[in-house]
Unconditional design. Structure first.
Length: 182
């Protein structure tokens, strides 16, 4: 088995996107590492790539599994050709940690929300287009209209992501970004 990781140090500590290949050069699995731990979405390929198992690693270390086939991928596509899952999920340049740093740097807590001690988490649903550009879809579980406006401003400033792919073809993929206000 061969693994190709985007970032590692000596002694081996894996960070970033990692792809594992079998002895025949076929992709076996791929996903993200952060400090040598699996994080985010991981995909394992079966049946010559026609079927996949996806695990999402949560911050608390738990895994949530989903098994799907190409037929199921097509079923979960919306009428506007936006997918919920892909063989390769879109990634922010530099990964999850880089996205969190970008948001922390760009996000300015509105004065009214600071004054009112607004806390909690709200979610921004975005679409990563085939070219990696970001489209804002909706804000769910809003905490205030001023926070919604600020999150929208930050999302619009985001650089292009690596596009999601199905069968090595770039596709639109829907994803959700949590904004946590302490």
């Amino acid at each position: 088995m061969i693994a190709v990781c985007s970032n590692s140090t000596s002694p081996l500590i894996k960070n970033g996107n990692c792809i594992y290949f079998d002895d025949n050069g076929n992709k076996e699995s791929q996903g993200l590492f952060k400090d040598n731990k699996s994080t985010g979405t991981w995909t394992w390929y079966d049946n010559g790539g026609k079927d996949s198992t996806v695990a999402t690693y949560r911050e608390n270390g738990t895994k949530e599994y989903t098994r799907f086939s190409r037929i199921e991928l097509e079923k979960q596509k919306t009428s506007s050709n936006v997918y919920q899952l892909a063989d390769e999920m879109p990634t922010f340049p530099g990964g999850l940690e880089a996205m969190n740093k970008f948001i922390a740097k760009e996000f300015d807590l509105p004065k009214a929300d600071k004054k009112n001690n607004v806390t909690g988490t709200f979610y921004v649903v975005i679409v990563i287009n085939e070219d990696g550009s970001v489209s804002l879809l909706e804000i769910t579980k809003s905490l205030s209209s001023t926070l919604d406006e600020e999150a929208t401003r930050v999302i619009r400033k985001m650089p292009n992501w690596s596009a999601g792919k199905i069968d090595n073809k770039a596709v639109k993929v829907r994803t959700t970004i949590p904004f946590k206000i302490n």
